[in-house]
Design a protein around this ligand. Structure first.
Ligand code: AMP
Ligand code: GLY
Length: 418
């Protein structure tokens, strides 16, 4: 069966890389894809939000038996529903289910209703009420835009002035447009973060191996928040004992809650967790694979990813035994100088001879006049597998300097603080 993957980042490259290994997958397409993806899939120049264009493409290419929708925006728009309504099989949650990521107010309400542990919060649609509230709180305090905001809609405020500023930016200045007209103000949690992605068909939910992201731009967690500067898997702090408790107290109850609300979730459900001294709490849900978590999780997958996706679409995930490699993985993101603020595009990239156990996952790359060039903030992820995190980290960093472009920026401490 031919398969189409929707998206263009490192996450989509990792999904294509895993699907390409399946002997059940015929031709692989990716839309719009990137330069690295074009080595294993035919890239199609259609926007991920152009539902009509995607449906017209599928109508013309009848051998495509599955479309995998990876990014948040098309999921929130309801692309999976639209594809299904026009007779195409799709992997990913419906619009109703994707709301678990697309509205923080909904996800907080869900957790409260079903007793799933999370930070205490209040929701506001009125600016004056929100302002009065943040003036009376203890700090630090977290202010979040309700809707999707490219991962930038969360502001940690250290004092009342910052709290007032955050509320004003979202509700008056319209910094996140409609996404910020409703806000959540929540308790600041102290602890360590772990990402747990799960496969689910709404009947069965199977956690993948755990991972940890490094979100800040610079070493030692300094600088601005980014989409993620590197990841490692597994998380050492996420012990089997904690994982078992999270499964019972958080993961299963979330699947059940979505069913109770008539929002059956099929796809990948991502749990962003904070391990606090008062137990594990949910920071956020994502309705999709994480980026760059996927770049350390999928290289460890032994089972055929296509078979898992196929089983989820048909709601027979219980028939699949999902197995993982014992090896650990580390991914170091090479970013454009200046990211996450302004940066240049179109800079030539050269890649030397890489060691074995190294996989490059392209994110922001393209071809210009036949030459590989930068085309985004996060450019390429260097993933290494090793016998443990230390081994994988050393292998990754031994290969990072072989990928060269002007003003390259990367963190030197991915996977050091475990
Ligand atoms: P989110 O998009 O909700 O995951 O937020 C992005 C990042 O903000 C998280 O990965 C955390 O590092 C941080 N964050 C979000 N909510 C809280 C909270 N209640 N307490 C502390 N940090 C938070
Ligand atoms: N790395 C965090 C995310 O994908 O949302």
């Amino acid at each position: 069966m031919d398969v189409l993957v929707v998206g263009s980042g490192g996450r989509e490259h990792a999904i294509c890389y895993s699907l390409a290994k399946s002997d059940k997958v015929g031709k692989l397409y990716c839309l719009p894809g990137n330069a690295g993806i074009s080595e294993i899939a035919e890239c199609v120049n259609i926007s991920v939000m152009d539902a009509d264009g995607i449906i017209a493409f599928l109508d013309k290419n009848k051998n495509i038996g599955m479309t995998v929708v990876a990014p948040d925006d098309p999921l929130a728009m309801g692309l999976v529903d639209m594809l299904e309504a026009s007779g195409h099989r799709a992997f990913g949650p419906s619009k109703a289910a994707a709301l678990i990521e697309a509205s923080k107010a909904f996800s907080k309400w869900l957790m409260k209703k079903y007793n799933i542990p999370t930070a205490n919060y209040e929701e506001f649609t009125d600016y004056n009420e929100a302002l009065a509230y943040v003036q009376k709180q203890e700090y630090p305090l977290v202010v979040k835009a309700d809707g999707l905001a490219l991962g930038k809609g969360v502001i940690i405020c250290n004092n009342v002035e910052e709290g007032e500023q955050a509320v004003k930016e979202m509700m008056v200045d319209g910094k996140f447009k409609a996404a910020g007209s409703k806000i959540i103000v929540e308790e600041f949690l102290v602890g360590r973060e772990v990402s747990v992605l799960c496969f689910t068909d709404g009947k069965t939910i199977v956690p993948m191996v755990s991972s940890q992201d490094h979100k800040r731009a610079y070493d030692n967690d300094m600088g601005l928040n980014t989409g993620g500067m590197g990841t490692f898997s597994p998380s050492k702090i996420y012990t089997k004992e904690i994982a078992d408790k999270v499964y019972t107290d958080i993961i299963l109850p979330t699947m059940d809650a979505m069913n109770s609300e008539n929002r059956k979730f099929k796809g990948v459900l991502y749990f962003g967790l904070m391990l606090t001294d008062k137990g594990v709490k949910v920071l956020e849900y994502n309705a999709r694979f994480g980026d760059p978590e996927t770049q350390v999780v999928l290289p460890r997958l032994k089972t055929d990813l296509f078979e898992i996706f196929d089983a989820i679409i048909d709601e027979r995930l219980n028939e699949i035994n999902i197995a993982w490699k014992d090896e650990s993985a580390v991914c170091v993101i090479l970013a454009s100088g200046g990211y996450p603020e302004a940066y240049e595009k179109g800079l030539p990239i050269t890649i030397g001879d890489l060691d074995k156990d190294i996989i490059l996952f392209h994110a922001g790359t393209s071809f210009k006049d036949g030459k590989l060039v930068t085309n985004g903030g996060r450019v390429i992820g260097v993933t290494a597998l090793g016998k443990d995190i230390d081994d994988a980290r050393k292998k990754a960093y031994a290969n990072v300097p072989k990928v060269k472009f002007d003003k390259v920026h990367y963190r030197k401490d991915i996977g050091i603080k475990l």
